[in-house]
Design a protein around this ligand. Structure first.
Ligand SMILES: NC(=O)c1ccc[n+]([C@@H]2O[C@H](COP(=O)([O-])OP(=O)(O)OC[C@H]3O[C@@H](n4cnc5c(N)ncnc54)[C@H](OP(=O)(O)O)[C@@H]3O)[C@@H](O)[C@H]2O)c1
Length: 257
């Protein structure tokens, strides 16, 4: 079995790679940093699995097709696709750099959708395969100060649930995995590490979150939220007026103290 994990040079993706390697899956790991990927590969190869790394910026439009073509040329069959790479940018939309707006859309939405579209048909033809799209609890409500990021994760949830339904009799499973705040390099890159969410409300460890994700994809669950508290918050947004949900979401994202 070979697993392709995007965003595997750190954070949740790296922890997922460890779990798959421990269970004897061969790996194809993708991220931008070739040096970090090489370190991860060296570490995980000691577990007796083969690890291939591809350093690519998936936010660049040709990258998903480039990756697919390279693996096809090398006869690498992907049994499990984990679309994990993603990032957020913090701040008022009006002031945000266009590069950050399009970067989030290109990575969180376009690359994820394109990779799914490229790898799914062969899985359906084999009547076997698993896809896990990493969304976020951010996808369950609007997110002032991270408007594009929250909206991109709402897309991932909606897309994945619809796709899971479309392929339900094909032998392929599609899982949407939703972590809440997690201790990784994500918040620093996003610029929301000083928010109430990360400073006051607490974040889960990447190891624990990855284990929840690993179980969810292997069980073929359609939607999985990591952490009971995150599940309660995500579910509660369905019953409260949307304006209030949005106002609370803003309060949580504002910088603490
Ligand atoms: N941490 C949280 O609080 C949290 C909460 C909910 C959901 N999530 C989601 O969980 C997923 C993983 O996040 P994380 O917390 O593990 O973040 P992270 O620690 O920042 O790791 C992100 C990974 O994606 C890679 N990556 C970033 N931009 C890329 C690009 N343009 N092309 C290819 N690879 C790229 C990074 O490697 P390089 O820098 O080497 O490219 C890294 O391996 C994301 O989809 C995120 O939205 C995170």
């Amino acid at each position: 079995m070979t697993v392709l994990i995007t965003g595997a040079s750190g954070g949740i993706g790296y922890e997922l790679a460890k779990l798959f390697a421990r269970d004897h899956h061969n790996l194809v790991l993708v991220a931008r940093s070739a040096d970090k990927l090489a370190q991860v590969a060296n570490e995980l190869q000691t577990l007796g699995v083969s690890v291939k790394t591809v350093a690519l910026d998936l936010a660049q439009p040709p990258a998903p097709k480039f990756l697919f073509d390279q693996l096809r040329r090398e006869n690498v069959i992907i049994d499990i696709l984990i679309n994990n790479a993603g990032y957020g940018a913090y701040g008022d939309f009006a002031q945000m750099q266009q590069e950050d707006i399009l970067g989030q859309i290109n990575l969180n939405i376009t690359a994820l959708t394109q990779l799914t579209h490229l790898f799914l048909p062969a899985m359906v033809a084999r009547r076997s395969g698993r896809i896990m799209n990493v969304a976020s609890t951010a996808g369950f409500q609007p997110g002032p100060l991270m408007a594009v990021y929250y909206a991109s994760k709402a897309y991932v949830i909606s897309f994945s649930e619809a796709l899971a339904n479309e392929v339900r009799k094909s032998g392929v499973t599609v899982t949407c995995f939703c972590p809440g705040a997690t201790h990784t390099g994500f918040a620093k890159r996003a610029g929301n590490d000083q928010s109430r969410l990360f400073k006051q409300l607490g974040a889960m460890s990447a190891e624990k979150v990855a284990l929840d994700g690993y179980r969810a994809v292997m069980e073929g669950r359609t939607l999985a939220i990591s952490g009971v508290h995150n599940w309660m918050v995500a579910e509660s947004t369905r019953f409260a007026p949307r304006k209030i949900v949005t106002a609370i979401s803003r309060w949580i994202s504002e910088k603490s103290g």
